[in-house]
Design a protein around this ligand. Structure first.
Ligand SMILES: [Zn+2]
Length: 466
């Protein structure tokens, strides 16, 4: 899948003689960590976002570096930023995408001396909400732009920094970019959040770098049960709450067959050569992989969601008083859809599982799943850079490969425009660190910032240098 060391050396040898020097990664990493610490202190908790603050912060740095940028307001106090390094135009632009908003925190559960908006540097980490999701990646992208400019790297395409607001709530920033400003961007490839390097994920001692090539779609559904109103002292099976309870129980029993997305199978094929004996043989064979991993994958909710369309009951509402039976009660369903399943398909499935005429389903919001190919120069550059160490050698303890993301990002909005979008944050973390995203004590190590910057820069240079 990836270039061997030999082919990588060949690529390097074929580059123009007047190569720009590599940045000093120690200094560049320290600088990026310091910028991230300040960026985490900029309050862009969404709601309400207030992403103008992030635009002012990033814009101030870009001004100092002489990199032109514009802001695009999409709501009062809220805007997105577009900065550009101009290339020869031989290829359409490359977009480095990030979102500037962060999710709320519960400070009481964070270390007292490292609060969510503190941007504290301690124990080799930068602490704060957004360190992983995704101000950390935003800083890698910013510092990559800055490094390209400082090193004077000649570009065959524009490299665009696209920092949008409101990803965490309504994708207001990206919706505005797509609807009103796409003509000014027109990128053919994009790097955004998504996969990450996770240590010991499949095998002890090995880091798996997942590059999101696909994201599940959504069907957010209102399930409504109706029935006769009445007094709480006289229960009857046709009353709306009882109808809804039976419907919910029917959905709990949903147990579909697994459907293996091609990305997972390709990932296992990439892992196979790193293993020995039977494991190597099984992972190298699609049929055997499905057979061997089916039970383990279907038993764990995290991996089960990769293999099936999911139905998750996330909210109940209706009724007002303990002794009044309401005419109507609601449940909200968060359904996540594999490629090939439409929101209408999901509605039809729900209706077939709950044929009761007293239950109605209506779509609150639907989005189709979409995907980008691995036969792509940016995908290959990211996969190669992820497993290449600072000396240019291919790491024996790391593998990269495509993954299907069960959650969605703004990439879902870019792919319908023809953009090949890949979700890849080049940090290497433990599973424990990874779950601090949207959780407590979110942090990223300074080592990760330095290495992540080196990896991202290498990939961007590979697909953008003249
Ligand atoms: Zn995010």
């Amino acid at each position: 899948m990836f270039g061997s060391l030999a082919s990588w050396s060949l690529v390097v040898a074929l580059q123009p003689a007047a190569l720009a020097a590599e940045p000093d990664w120690k200094a560049a990493g320290d600088e990026a960590a310091s910028v991230l610490a300040q960026y985490l202190q900029v309050d862009t908790v969404n709601p309400d976002g207030n992403e103008d603050r992030a635009v002012a912060f990033l814009g101030g740095i870009l001004d100092r570096e002489g990199i032109p940028w514009v802001s695009y307001p999409f709501a009062p106090g809220r805007s997105s930023l577009v900065a550009r390094l101009t290339g020869s135009g031989a290829e359409p632009p490359l977009c480095l995408v990030s979102h500037t908003d962060v999710v709320p925190s519960e400070p009481a559960f964070w270390p007292a001396e490292r609060p969510p908006l503190g941007g504290i540097v301690a124990d080799g980490y930068v602490w704060g909400r957004g360190a992983l999701d995704m101000k950390g990646m935003g800083v890698l992208e910013l510092q990559t732009m800055i490094a390209l400019k400082r090193q004077g790297v000649p570009l065959r395409r524009d490299v665009i920094l696209l920092a949008v607001g409101d990803e965490e709530v309504g994708s207001g920033g990206m919706n505005d970019i797509v609807a009103n400003h796409w003509a000014e961007l027109g990128c053919s490839q994009a790097i955004n959040e998504g996969g990450m390097g996770i240590r010991d994920l499949l095998f002890k001692g090995q880091t798996l770098y997942g590059i999101s090539v696909a994201e599940k779609g959504i069907a957010w559904v209102d399930m409504v049960a109706t029935g006769p109103a009445g007094h709480g002292s006289r229960p009857a099976p046709e009353q709306a709450p009882h109808v809804l309870t039976r419907a919910a129980a029917a959905l709990e029993a949903y147990d579909p067959k697994p459907r293996w997305h091609w990305s997972l199978l390709e990932l296992f094929k990439n892992v196979a050569p790193t293993q020995k004996g039977l494991t190597r043989m099984v992972l190298g064979n699609t049929g055997l992989t499905k057979l061997a991993l089916r039970g383990r994958f279907m038993a764990d909710p995290a991996t089960r969601a990769e293999l099936i369309n999911t139905i998750n009951l996330t909210n109940f509402s209706g009724g007002s008083s303990p002794n009044v039976v309401p005419t109507e009660v609601h449940a909200t369903l968060d359904c996540r859809l594999l490629p090939g399943t439409t929101p209408d398909d999901m509605l039809a499935l729900l209706r077939s599982m709950v044929p009761d005429p007293a239950v109605r389903f209506s779509l609150l919001q639907g989005r189709l799943s979409n995907e980008s190919p691995t036969e792509d120069s940016l995908y290959r550059a990211l996969a190669r850079a992820a497993v290449t160490d600072a000396t240019g050698a291919v790491r024996s303890d790391a593998v990269a490969g495509p993954i299907l993301s069960v959650g969605f990002t703004d990439s879902l909005l870019l792919r319908p425009l023809g953009v090949h979008a890949y979700g890849f944050v080049p940090f290497e973390v433990s599973l424990d660190d990874a779950v601090t995203m949207h959780g407590h004590g979110e942090r990223v190590s300074i080592d990760n910032i330095r290495e992540g910057l080196r990896i991202l820069y290498a990939a961007v240079v590979e697909v953008s240098r003249s």
